[in-house]
Every structure is written in C-alpha cells, then in structure tokens.
Design a protein around this ligand. Structure first.
Ligand code: SF4
Length: 386
C-alpha cells in the first residue's frame, strides 16, 4: 500500500477529481493508495496521523506532496524531489541533525528547510541551509524513519519569498499533472515486491530500467546481499562530482573565537553560539565556519600506521577542503562539505605537549591533514603558519 499525505486540500484537489477515491473517515482510498489531507492542522498532527494510518494499513511506501517556497534559483511551478531536510527553530537556529531522503531520478533534487516558526525570514540566510522552505517535511520524514519505511517528498515551487510572487500565487492554478503521472507509476511499482525494492533503493522512475534490473536479478538469482551490493554500486555510479569552484557566500563565527586569526573576509558574517548544528545543516559549499575546538584535539592513528614502532596522531585542526576530488573520503565523512577552521591554537599545543610528556621514548608523528587539506584551506586560516 502507498500512503500519500498533504497538508492542505488545495494542494491535492486535482487528484481527488482525477482518481475515483472512496472517502473513509478522515482519509480517502483508491486501489493501493491511501490519501490523507491534514487540513492545515500543522506538522505534528500530520506526523502522528500519518503514523496511525500507516500502521493500520501496513503501508509499504510513504509520499508527501505539497507546495514549497524557493530560496534558491528554482522557478515557480517546478516539481522537485527532496533529498535532505533540515529543521530550523524559528527562522535562524538549525536544530538536530539533517535527514536524508531517497530522491527519484528525473526530477531536480532539493534540500528542504522546515521552519518551526516565522513567516518573515531572510531568504539569503535560509538559502545557506537549503533550496526550499516548508513547514512539514522534517516531521513527516522523522515519522517514517521511526517506522523504518521508505519515504519520498515531492514539492511544487509555489513562490520565491518575495511580495510579487506571493501575491501572484493561486494554489488552484498549480499544475500537478506531472505528479499525478508519478503517482500512477508508483502505484504500479508498489504492486510487485521486487519492483518496489528496486524503486526504493535506486529511485528509478522509469519502467524500462526497473524491468531491466528485475530481469537481471531474476536471471542471476541474486540473494538479498547481492542485490544490496548492486543498488549500492548504482548509487555510487550515479553520484556526481561537483565541478563548481568553491565560493563561500558567508562566514559563521562562533562566540569566543579570536577574530584576528580568521583570514577570510566577507560582509556576510553570522555570529553563532555553537558551530556544530550550523555545520551539520549547511548546504554544501556555501560558507566557512570559524570555531573553537572542544573535546578531542588529537586522534591516535591505528597501530603500525607509523614507522619504527612510533605512535601517530592526527591533529583535528580543520575539517573539509575546498576541492572535490572524486576519490576523496571527506565529502562523505561529515554531514556537510563546508570548511571548519578551528582557531584556538593554544589548546592544540597543550594537547601535543601532554602527549610528548607522556611518551618520551617512542618516535611520535603528528599529522596535519587527515580530516582536511591544510594547504587548500590556508586562504582561510593560519593553521600551517602556526
Ligand atoms: S583533501 Fe585532498 S583529496 Fe580530498 S578533496 Fe581536498 S585536495 Fe582532494
């Protein structure tokens, strides 16, 4: 069964006319599709109701469809698929960790920012965290993560957070024809277990590649593990390396950081209390974060990593890089691919001193570039010079 939810009736009204649904209490049923409309009751009601209906119908796939405002360069009317969602408390504080979603092939994928409150927000600031803004996606995705069910989110761009496009917005004029086609395809996909498995693991939205994969799997009698390996390979081969040059639009400055040590200058400076939630939620390649490192300053390398029976330590002085080499593990290591430069150098020296005092006989090696490329980031901080 497929579960489809929407926050407002206006967003799915054309579907109610197009599919011969039967109304059953607060939801609608047609074939293998359950439709729930939340009538603007808010994200938490949407999440709880979605869980309740999904459990009672034992659904296989969940979909959320609705409108979203663009804080990026999308055009009004674009149908997009959400790949990641972040939660911002009010219009400024990122909270918790972002959640990854499966995207479908053939649609533009976007990062969505769910705002807990505030209709008046700074598009430029929110644009550092995502491409579109809404009120429900985070909670919907969280609900289906808790159920361990695949969940897809489709949005139609309704406005660009400017007066002119908001005034021009008429919900009933939103063309959901393309989404209706996708819905029919997902209903077809859902009727066969292997087809559904291929869809939720690859995001293929075309009968041809799905049928091709199905034939291959059946002919070679692939086991579950072999199928997972195949899907993983398809995902890796389908991911693309960013060719764009790194261009930071803003700087985030953590409270207490000695600003004189930051080399990168820009007019867009945001002061923050804690760098971690900002760093985790930023859209890739949008900003540089300056912070003071806490906790771990050195990380011991594996035994036998260093010559002559010595011990090695990676200095956690910076994170990430400005380049995007296809073979580099860094872009998958952290939750975002933005440089973080730590400027409390004294604490690193203290940590190195302690290791040296503790271990006077063995050769010791200290590495500067395990989690960053210090040379590539030297334009932003003085780590190498220190
Ligand atoms: S850290 Fe090195 S390998 Fe990784 S992206 Fe930067 S330059 Fe490339």
């Amino acid at each position: 069964m497929i579960f489809l939810a929407s926050e407002h009736k206006g967003e799915v009204e054309p579907l109610l006319k197009q599919f011969p649904f039967d109304k059953k209490g607060d939801h609608y049923i047609y074939d293998n599709l359950i439709l729930y409309i939340n009538h603007g009751k808010g994200a938490l009601t949407l999440a709880f109701k979605s869980i309740e209906l999904s459990l009672s119908y034992n659904i296989d796939v969940a979909l959320l469809f609705g409108l979203a405002g663009s804080v990026s360069d999308f055009s009004i009317g674009d149908l997009v698929s959400v790949s990641k969602v972040k939660l911002l408390d009010g219009p400024s504080n990122p909270v918790y960790n972002p959640m990854e979603l499966i995207t479908v092939k053939g649609l533009k994928s976007v990062e969505c920012v769910t705002l807990l409150a505030g209709f008046n927000f700074d598009s430029e600031y929110i644009g550092l965290f995502g491409d579109v803004v809404d009120r429900e996606v985070y909670f919907f995705a969280k609900a289906f993560k808790s159920l361990d069910k695949p969940c897809f989110v489709f949005k139609v761009i309704s406005d660009k957070n400017d007066r002119a496009s908001i005034n021009a917005l008429k919900k009933e004029s939103v063309d959901i024809g393309k989404f209706a086609e996708i819905l029919k395809l997902i209903m077809w996909i859902d009727k066969d277990e292997l087809t559904r498995e291929i869809f939720v693991n690859t995001g293929f939205m075309d009968k041809k590649p799905i049928d091709g994969l199905k034939r291959l799997i059946q002919k070679r009698k692939y086991t579950f593990t072999q199928r997972q390996f195949l899907y993983k390979r398809l995902r890796i081969n389908g991911s693309r390396c960013e060719k764009k040059a790194f261009k930071a639009k803003a700087v985030f400055l953590e409270k207490g950081v000695k600003t004189g040590r930051a080399k990168f200058k820009t007019d867009k400076i945001y002061k923050i209390n804690d760098y971690v939630p900002v760093f985790h939620n930023l859209k890739d390649r949008t900003a540089i974060v300056y912070a003071n490192k806490k906790g771990e300053f050195l990380r011991k390398t594996p035994n036998n990593y260093t010559p002559n029976g010595g011990y090695g330590y990676s200095i956690l002085g910076q994170y990430n890089c400005i380049y995007d080499c296809s073979y580099c593990f860094l872009k998958g290591y952290f939750k975002s691919f933005n440089p973080v430069i730590f400027l409390n150098f004294e604490d690193y020296f203290k940590a190195i001193d302690e290791v040296i005092k503790r271990d006077k006989t063995r050769p010791l090696y200290f590495y500067a570039g395990t989690f960053s490329d210090p040379l590539a980031l030297s334009f932003a901080g003085d780590f190498l010079a220190v």
